[in-house]
Design a protein around this ligand. Structure first.
Ligand SMILES: *[C@@H]1O[C@H](CO)[C@@H](O)[C@H](O)[C@H]1NC(C)=O
Ligand SMILES: *[C@@H]1O[C@H](CO)[C@@H](O)[C@H](O)[C@H]1NC(C)=O
Ligand SMILES: *[C@@H]1O[C@H](CO)[C@@H](O)[C@H](O)[C@H]1NC(C)=O
Ligand SMILES: *[C@@H]1O[C@H](CO)[C@@H](O)[C@H](O)[C@H]1NC(C)=O
Ligand SMILES: *[C@@H]1O[C@H](CO)[C@@H](O)[C@H](O)[C@H]1NC(C)=O
Ligand SMILES: *[C@@H]1O[C@H](CO)[C@@H](O)[C@H](O)[C@H]1NC(C)=O
Ligand SMILES: *[C@@H]1O[C@H](CO)[C@@H](O)[C@H](O)[C@H]1NC(C)=O
Ligand SMILES: *[C@@H]1O[C@H](CO)[C@@H](O)[C@H](O)[C@H]1NC(C)=O
Ligand SMILES: *[C@@H]1O[C@H](CO)[C@@H](O)[C@H](O)[C@H]1NC(C)=O
Ligand SMILES: *[C@@H]1O[C@H](CO)[C@@H](O)[C@H](O)[C@H]1NC(C)=O
Ligand SMILES: *[C@@H]1O[C@H](CO)[C@@H](O)[C@H](O)[C@H]1NC(C)=O
Length: 406
């Protein structure tokens, strides 16, 4: 074969274009984890296991006046619900949907006796209905911060997860079912990076405002989505807005989910709404840091509500990370603070004990070892690996073009 100068030049131009605009691999967790442009991260993609299963799930992010409900002809869900329904405590829903983020409790005539242990009423965390466990608001290990984030997976969370990986820091991620369906590869990154995953419902409604069937569906389909996408079945959940009562705790318990709320609220999720400013959120972090420094947690650790919701909430977490690490003795995922080494129904995914984690073994079992992208040792080697494989893919593309020309 003879090469003309012209075809060589155009092949090189083509090759360099390919290198410059190498299409990202948006079919694997590792590929998706390498995207750094938030706009690109938040461009929807299709993932076959999810698109093939869409019809067996409720609408992803249903309209505000709706929630998850049992999908028509889902006999498995319906028979599980019917077996459960008659035993659910007879407690009326509180408030109505749709609500604003402050909820809609217009006309609410709940009584001061707080018979339903309704958290939104007076932060009750010790159920009155027999057989229900207290909510977790703190962690038992002294000087320890149970580190966790709500509302993920955020489509643009790579910068935040990269930061956590660089610090070999694991956390508890409370994932929303609708976000898992939209961003399955981002959800997978949590497991690959060795984080713990808990349920944060399908559509982030005030759970106590829902009927038994709606509340059941909010749990059922989130658990089903997590099993489909991550291969694990969590044993913990956090109520959106903390809105839980004994009726909802009972339904959660039927799914083997323990209820995790918080002691402190950073209010990061409210910044820019109502009277909450960015400076208020800074002050909430700073107060927690002061409290950790002055011995407030010397007999028992704590939990603060923080979010993977948007760039601001993630940036605040990054901004205060070093100070939190300095003020507390330990920042650990909530399962680790509880020595819960089996945080999923599946026994083949494990988390380290508190002792193991705090002496440097931050992942055990499958969790954290299933991906070469950024899990495991959590070193910045992940980033180097990332750009190499992106480059390698681009070069392979260029080589294919050249051989086609020959
Ligand atoms: C929610 O609102 C939409 C339009 O605003 C309407 O079509 C739908 O029927 C409503 N759903 C319920 C359950 O009322
Ligand atoms: C579930 O039980 C409640 C009473 O506790 C009842 O009002 C409701 O109709 C039942 N739901 C279904 C779908 O059977
Ligand atoms: C709030 O709830 C009240 C009482 O159920 C209802 O009349 C009102 O329309 C609701 N407001 C909104 C914004 O949904
Ligand atoms: C108010 O109390 C009455 C009587 O106890 C009850 O029937 C009604 O459902 C309650 N209304 C609300 C909005 O909770
Ligand atoms: C809850 O855990 C028990 C004991 O491990 C198990 O038998 C049951 O099937 C679990 N329930 C659900 C809904 O997974
Ligand atoms: C915001 O307003 C509410 C009442 O509307 C008040 O309870 C709260 O303290 C205010 N928060 C701040 C940070 O000013
Ligand atoms: C410790 O700091 C917190 C937060 O600023 C404060 O509320 C608390 O009173 C302080 N406690 C002591 C013993 O100084
Ligand atoms: C993720 O964060 C970005 C940047 O703040 C925001 O625009 C987006 O709505 C969030 N998406 C999800 C799914 O949470
Ligand atoms: C927030 O957005 C800026 C600008 O896009 C980006 O550089 C930064 O990495 C983002 N931070 C987080 C934690 O997502
Ligand atoms: C976790 O295990 C360690 C070592 O056995 C023990 O000292 C600690 O009290 C346990 N913590 C909890 C919360 O169970
Ligand atoms: C863990 O076990 C489940 C079955 O319980 C299986 O589907 C999954 O592939 C296993 N995962 C690993 C990483 O071995």
């Amino acid at each position: 074969m003879k090469w003309s100068v012209r075809s060589l030049v155009s092949a090189c131009l083509l090759a360099s274009t390919l290198v410059a605009a190498a299409p990202q691999d948006r079919t694997t967790e590792q590929g998706e984890a390498q995207i750094t442009d938030p706009n690109e991260e938040c461009t929807p993609y299709s993932y076959a296991p999810v698109s093939n299963a869409k019809s067996s799930f409720p609408a992803v992010w249903p309209p505000l006046n709706e929630s998850a409900t049992i999908v028509p002809n889902d006999n498995e869900a319906m028979s599980m619900f019917q077996a459960l329904n008659s035993s659910i405590p007879n407690i009326a829903p509180h408030g109505t949907q749709p609500g604003s983020i402050e909820g809609n409790f217009t006309g609410n005539n709940y009584t001061a006796a707080d018979p339903d242990c309704w958290w939104t009423w007076a932060h009750c965390d010790t159920p009155k209905y027999p057989g229900l466990e207290p909510d977790l608001t703190r962690v038992p290990e002294p000087d320890t911060f149970g580190y966790g984030f709500d509302d993920g997976p955020n489509c643009s969370h790579n910068a935040f997860y990269d930061f956590l990986a660089e610090n070999n820091q694991k956390a508890t991620m409370f994932f929303i079912g609708s976000n898992v369906m939209d961003w399955p590869l981002e959800a997978q990154r949590a497991i690959a990076d060795g984080h713990q995953v808990c349920v944060h419902t399908w559509s982030h409604r005030y759970m106590t405002s829902l009927t038994n069937e709606q509340a059941f569906a909010e749990f059922y389909y989130t658990i089903k989505a997590l099993k489909l996408v991550l291969g694990v079945t969590p044993t913990c959940w956090r109520p959106p807005y903390g809105d839980v009562d004994d009726r909802i705790r009972y339904i959660a318990k039927s799914f083997n989910l323990s209820t995790i709320v918080w002691e402190y609220d950073s209010n990061d999720w409210r910044a820019g709404t109502g009277n909450i400013t960015d400076a208020d959120v800074d002050a909430n972090y700073e107060d927690l840091i002061t409290a950790a420094q002055n011995g407030t947690f010397s007999t028992e650790g704590t939990i603060m509500l923080t979010h993977e919701l948007n760039n601001f909430t993630m940036s605040e977490a990054v901004k205060f990370y070093d100070q939190l690490k300095g003020a507390f003795k330990h920042l650990v995922p909530i399962a680790v603070a509880l020595n819960d080494t089996n945080p999923y129904a599946e026994s083949n995914y494990t988390m380290p004990t508190f002792e193991q984690y705090t002496s440097g073994t931050t992942t055990t079992g499958s969790s954290g070892s299933s991906s070469g992208s950024s899990g495991g040792s959590g070193s910045s080697g992940g980033a180097a690996h990332s750009s190499w494989s992106t480059l390698a893919a681009a070069l392979a593309g260029a080589a294919a073009v050249l051989s086609a020309l020959v």
